[in-house]
Write a protein that binds this ligand. Structure first.
Ligand code: ADP
Ligand code: MG
Length: 253
């Protein structure tokens, strides 16, 4: 799979918000750790796509983000790179603490990424592993299906800074005490429109009430290919009032 549009330089971009951070035209110009930049290089990315150009500096500067862009426009790196950077500079917990947590079998991730499907969760997990190579950032994945549950829990025991999950399974691991969202400072809703289409709105609303810091005390990014009223409403409820709104290309409602 590759980027879905040629000449993405010429795609119209609409940005709304006060004091929106300056876009980066090269990954090199982004405020990312050298190790992370090296991982970006190694993955063959040469130039940031529009959603990355604008999204990365916004998220690095701590702003909330609503980004609408078509499939294949590079949304995954737009949120993963800032999250990994935040963890590398501030949220990376020492191994001792991680080991203690492992023994308690309870994880306190810094970031939670919600995905509508297991396939997408797996794909995000792969990218996260690639971009966090050599950083000590650890990622765990949770999705539905009886046969994977033990295995997922066992893998997460070694510690995790980032949790990637489908909504239902995430509620299970929180309710069963394996994961606490108390220290989660970064929430991503990937393919938010699809999550709503699949009927996940009640689960998503439940998750933000499961001990996750209040929206003013966390950073939130929402990604969607379309921008219907339901997404607008969710953005108003979940994002800080000064969020950056980014629309790449022509966005259907
Ligand atoms: P989206 O989430 O918007 O559908 P993805 O993040 O899955 O898009 O990216 C689509 C494909 O393009 C992936 O294979 C990804 O590795 C690749 N890609 C993303 N950004 C870049 C870039 N800046 N340069 C080259 N390839 C990229
Ligand atoms: Mg995507």
């Amino acid at each position: 799979q590759t980027i879905n549009f040629e000449n993405y330089e010429n795609i119209p971009v609409n940005i709304r918000g006060d004091n929106v951070p300056t876009p980066v035209n090269e990954f090199h110009d982004a405020n990312l750790d050298d190790v992370i930049k090296m991982n970006v290089d190694k993955s063959g990315y040469i130039k940031p796509t529009p959603v990355q150009k604008h999204g990365i500096p916004s998220l690095l500067s701590g702003r909330d983000l609503m980004a609408c862009a078509q499939t294949g426009s590079g949304k995954t790196a737009a949120f993963l790179l800032p999250i990994i950077q935040h963890i590398v500079t501030s949220g990376l917990r020492p191994y001792e603490e991680m080991n203690q947590q492992a023994r308690r079998m309870k994880q306190f991730p810094f970031a939670l990424i919600l995905s509508p499907t297991r396939e997408l969760a797996i794909q995000i997990h792969k990218e996260a592993t690639k971009f966090s190579y050599c950083t000590n950032v650890m990622t765990a994945i949770f999705y539905g299906g009886k046969e994977n549950y033990r295995d997922q829990l066992n893998k997460s025991r070694y510690g995790c800074h980032i949790v990637i999950a489908t909504p239902g399974r995430l509620i299970d691991v929180v309710n069963q005490g394996y994961v606490s969202l108390e220290q989660c400072k970064f929430l991503v809703l990937d393919e938010a429109d699809r999550m709503l289409d699949m009927g996940f709105e009640p689960q998503i609303r439940k998750i933000v009430s499961l001990g996750l810091p209040d929206k003013m005390a966390r950073q939130t990014a929402m990604f969607s290919a379309t921008f219907p009223n339901e997404i607008k409403k969710l953005a108003e409820d979940f994002l800080k009032p000064n969020f950056v709104h980014l629309a790449v290309g022509r966005i259907g409602s």
